[in-house]
Design a protein. Structure first.
Length: 151
């Protein structure tokens, strides 16, 4: 008998349904974490892409696998998911989803040709710098869920 997946009590039903579905579809997805009340995206860059798996044990949880052959991964913060994409298509978006705008700008370090900044209410925050022109836009597209890789 298969055990039921344990979810945080604050996980939206739609997120549960999508994760359970993706568990069996073997598709690479991108998770966006954020504030579950306000819908503000935390703009996490790492450990957000992969395949959905489920841990073993008495209370199995959803885990994010690096590739479809992985046998272990980190637990998914299911209650903090504010957006889910697959191949640039939105599977789920928090009703109040919002994020800071990302823009290209001047670099501050010699040897870099492009920089990405996050426009916060009181500041322009440097997020990343790139040695090749064009990489900044690819990064922005990744962070916004328009493409599921940075290259």
């Amino acid at each position: 008998m298969s055990k039921q997946t344990c979810f945080d009590n604050n996980t939206p039903e739609e997120v549960k349904r999508i994760l359970e579905s993706e568990l069996h579809l073997n598709n690479r997805i991108q998770l966006f974490y954020g504030d579950r009340e306000s819908g503000l995206d935390w703009n996490e860059e790492f450990d957000t892409m992969g395949y959905i798996g489920r841990s073993t044990g008495d209370k199995p949880i959803m885990i994010l696998l690096n590739n479809n052959h992985s046998i272990g991964g980190g637990g998914i913060l299911t209650a903090c998911i504010v957006k889910i994409t697959k191949n640039g298509h939105f599977l789920y978006t928090h009703p109040n989803y919002h994020t800071y705008n990302h823009v290209l700008g001047k670099t501050i370090t010699e040897g870099y040709k492009e920089a990405v900044y996050r426009e916060k209410p009181d500041e322009l925050e440097l997020v990343a710098q790139f040695k090749k022109v064009g990489q900044g836009q690819k990064y922005i597209d990744f962070m916004m869920g328009k493409k599921n890789n940075k290259s």
